[in-house]
Design a protein around this ligand. Sequence first.
Ligand SMILES: [Zn+2]
Length: 129
Amino acid sequence: MNDNQDRHSVRKIVLPSGRSIEVVRFETEESPPRNLHICLACDSELVQPVSWQEAPGQRWELTLECPNCGWSEDGTYEHEQVNRLEEKLDEGLADMLADLQRLAEANMADEIDRFATALEADLILPEDF
Ligand SMILES: [Zn+2]
């Protein structure tokens, strides 16, 4: 079909049992690269790279890990795939920061409520300051 031997990826898959297998995949133009942020084991969308290094041909060698089920994978991925993973991570980070922000505001509101209640009940005395 084609003689381009470099268009394949070797993926080491560590199964939850701890056993690891190597999967050699020949890539064709037809198969779109998969989304790296999605766990192959549990479909969680929280897969994170735990280590990465540049590989020849604008590719990246990544170790991916799923925080949900512990699945992990070592592989070499296309630049494009890694870019999309980064975008996903950025979104995830933005979501997390937004959550933290909301949490901080909620805590603050709680504090203010307690403070107001204490004031009304005359529980706060000058020596508290
Ligand atoms: Zn998973």
